[in-house]
Design a protein around this ligand. Structure first.
Ligand code: HDE
Length: 710
């Protein structure tokens, strides 16, 4: 039977794979090695000989094992998968992989944080990269997007400034993987165009629960072109089937200590367990003639197209179903490029996108070291490459024949140009005329309306988190003028937000004379200014995570705290119910030594109370059993157990106290609750197991956060 996870790309990769199983050790020249323990010496206590080619080869290779990390998006995790089309887009685009319902296209997806180094924590407050390489029959198509639909800047020329500001400061290389420092906020406070993105970045979207639980966006407007040459603008969306979920900031910081690989591990384990991450892939389509019907510019990457104005049409499913075999060969060496397009898809004139079209090949040259990076197995297209490019570092392809120029007669004219009917790519013809100017369009000037739209659309807990994130970040800014300037920007979005932040960071809300301080001295500031407009009271449901999918516990990780004497029947019955609904149960005990249950059988815990943290779980069950509770409450364990419970409570997760755990309940903060709390389940509840399951599927009771923070 065909392995369901197999696809054309994996077959292609297979021919480059190698396994050491049952093989003899060799040098890189294929020579079998007899002794890999000792170098060649003049006498067993004498100096090592230069002649030792085995030692030299091994160490030379080792010395060159590192390549430059990506200048941005260095920290990443990837997986193989498949995109399956459910609805034909042939009316809008001639891209073949989007034309025939049922068609499957192999993909490789790489998720990333932006600011941190390769070894930095997964839980940094940051944008996440969401880059998809579709290995289509017409060549590779890369959709190199993010988990937020807008960007900080409107023009590519500001990108190095933005990244220099957010990266560790140049004098002392601090802080790592964090935007909470002077230079980032200095830049942002002077760049009002970034304020919409700042709303997203300060929201919980910047601290996802899982890479599998975040949205993906193409960000820019792209173009679809159909067979007749008709153009539609298109915005791309990935919507996770598990919903969009995040952790609390306090939790994110704790996870960074307890398991800095939390997201990478979560993705890896989910795929290994067969819980294949899935996203609906959707498009917003806008006919070319409607380009100017919005109160923002479609070419401005700091704007969304609200889903209420143009609904997202779901056209297929992205599924990740196989982990890479080798992190470096695949996840590290994959090279994305927004300029990798195929017939039927084209660029818009978004000035950020236009700049990206230069950057990505250039960066691969310095990172992967050669113009032949397309020959690295993970980057190869499914189609064989035929052209007259030749030579260069590490050339792999052995092209036969005498000619590497065109036109030629010696080689019979090959390789031939392809006609459009044969799939030959032609750029969409567009009339372009204008003055040569270094100038921004006036249609890019409103920076606050959509920032307001985003803020207005958040639920009360989401607004509170956003506000607290700003307070956290700005409290780390040492220069009061920067804090004040930023608060001045916030005042254009929401006065109350500005006031609350200002109080906590010790500044006044002052009206900025010119919000856009980076405008050149000779520009008409009054005219180009994005001023406070009429209060925007619009909202968009799609912008709040409150409205996301909350009906499944699939792939959630539930911690069971237990000790000797735990009620085996109760424990097993709940475990079975949770696992039947797709959750994973992990046992946590005073130590990782075997625990004897009430029935005398042994359970080997995966964690001890001190080797993990409550932050690494979605919910907690304090296992039934009086004897077990007694041990958990003895002087050695009590503090750790209560920490676990109190933190789970504080982070608004579901908690379940089994029969016989009254003493634990009474000692924990949960006993102080004075309110109804659907996510606290006890032995007293009638349908306790079911209530626990519902509570986990709701993700968190953020609405009770203030009550729970005792
Ligand atoms: Fe990138 N970006 N970017 N970017 N970007 C890179 O390319 C760049 C932008 C994004 O998993 C680099 O191969 C410029 C927007 C992702 O390998 C580099 C500008 C969006 C990834 C680069 C942008 C992205 C990158 C670094 C402004 C969302 C990781 C390594 C003009 C739509 C891809 C590399 C992966 C990576 C340049 C802006 C997404 C230097 C100049 C907007 C997901 O070429």
């Amino acid at each position: 039977m065909k392995n369901e996870k197999q696809n054309k790309k994996l077959d292609q990769l297979e021919s480059h794979s190698n396994s050491n199983e049952n093989e003899k050790l060799t040098t890189n020249q294929g020579l079998k090695i007899n002794n890999n323990q000792d170098s060649l010496k003049a006498g067993d206590r004498g100096p090592t000989l230069l002649e030792d080619f085995i030692l030299r080869e091994k160490i030379t290779h080792f010395d060159h094992e590192r390549i430059p990390e990506r200048v941005v998006h260095a920290r990443g995790s990837g997986a193989h998968g498949v995109f399956k089309l459910s609805k034909s887009l042939a009316r809008y685009t001639k891209a073949k992989f989007l034309s025939e319902p049922g068609k499957e296209t192999p993909v490789f997806v790489r998720f990333s944080t932006v600011a941190g180094s390769r070894g930095s924590t997964d839980l940094a407050r940051d944008v996440r990269g969401f880059a998809v390489k579709f290995y289509t029959e017409e060549g590779n198509y890369d959709l190199v997007g993010n988990n937020m639909p807008v960007f900080f800047i409107q023009d590519a020329i500001k990108f190095p400034d933005l990244i220099h500001a957010v990266k560790p400061e140049p004098d002392n290389e601090m802080p790592q993987a964090a935007s909470a420092h002077d230079t980032f906020w200095d830049f942002i406070s002077l760049m009002p165009e970034s304020i919409h993105m700042i709303m997203w970045l300060m929201s919980d979207r910047a601290i996802p629960r899982s890479l599998r639980m975040m949205e993906g966006f193409g960000v820019h407007s792209f173009k679809f072109i159909n067979e007749e040459g008709k153009v539609h603008f298109v915005k791309f969306h990935f919507k996770p089937k598990l919903g969009v979920h995040s952790v609390a900031w306090d939790e994110a910081q704790k996870i960074s200590g307890a398991d800095p690989d939390f997201h990478r591990r979560d993705l890896w384990e989910a795929i290994e367990n067969g819980d294949f991450p899935e996203w609906d892939f959707g498009v917003q389509l806008i006919p070319e003639e409607d380009e100017h019907q919005f109160d923002f510019d479609l070419l401005d990457p700091t704007k969304i197209v609200p889903e209420e104005e143009v609904p997202v049409q779901i056209i297929g499913t992205l599924t990740l179903n196989r982990n890479p075999d080798n992190f470096f060969a695949e996840t590290e060496q994959i090279a994305f490029h927004p300029g990798h397009i195929i017939p039927g898809i084209d660029f818009s004139n978004d000035p950020l996108l236009q700049g990206r079209l230069f950057s990505y090949t250039d960066t691969q040259l310095s990172r992967l070291g050669s113009p032949n990076f397309h020959e690295i197995p993970i980057n190869r297209s499914l189609n064989t490459v035929h052209n007259n490019q030749r030579d260069g570092h590490m050339r792999q392809q052995i092209v036969k024949g005498k000619t590497s120029y065109e036109p030629n007669s010696i080689g019979g004219g090959c390789p031939f140009q392809a006609m459009m009917s044969e799939g030959g790519f032609t750029s969409h013809q567009e009339r372009v005329s204008g003055e040569k100017v270094r100038k921004r369009s006036r249609s890019f000037v409103d920076h606050y309306s959509q920032a307001k739209l985003f803020y207005n659309s958040q639920s009360a807990p989401e607004q509170r988190h956003l506000q607290n994130a700003l307070i956290f970040e700005l409290s780390k800014v040492t220069i009061p003028e920067i804090r004040e300037r930023l608060v001045g920007q916030l005042a254009f979005i929401n006065k109350d937000l500005a006031k609350k932040v200002a109080v906590k960071i010790g500044v006044q809300v002052k009206k900025l004379k010119y919000p856009n301080q980076s405008l050149p001295a000779d520009s008409n500031k009054e005219e180009l200014q994005s001023e406070e407009r009429e209060p925007n009271t619009k909202t968009s449901d799609a912008l709040s995570m409150e409205n996301t999918v909350k009906d499944t516990i699939k792939s959630r990780k539930i911690g069971f705290i237990l000790a000797n004497g735990a009620d085996e029947k109760a424990v097993n019955s709940l475990k079975t119910k949770l696992e039947a609904k797709g959750a994973t149960v992990e046992m946590i005990a005073p130590s990782v030594a075997a625990v004897k249950t009430s029935d005398g059988s042994s359970v080997i815990p995966k964690h001890s109370l001190t080797s993990t943290s409550s932050a690494c779980f979605d919910a907690l069950y304090i296992c039934a059993g009086e004897q077990s509770s007694k041990e958990l409450m003895d002087s050695e364990n009590k503090q750790n157990v209560l920490n676990f419970i109190n933190e789970t409570y504080k982070h608004c997760k579901a908690l379940y106290f089994g029969n016989g755990t009254e003493t634990i309940y009474d000692s924990s903060n949960v006993s102080m609750k004075k309110h109804e709390d659907p996510a606290v389940v006890t032995w007293e509840n009638k349908k306790s197991d079911e209530q626990f399951i519902t509570a986990i599927s709701r993700h968190r009771v953020w609405e009770l956060e203030q009550e729970r923070n005792i």
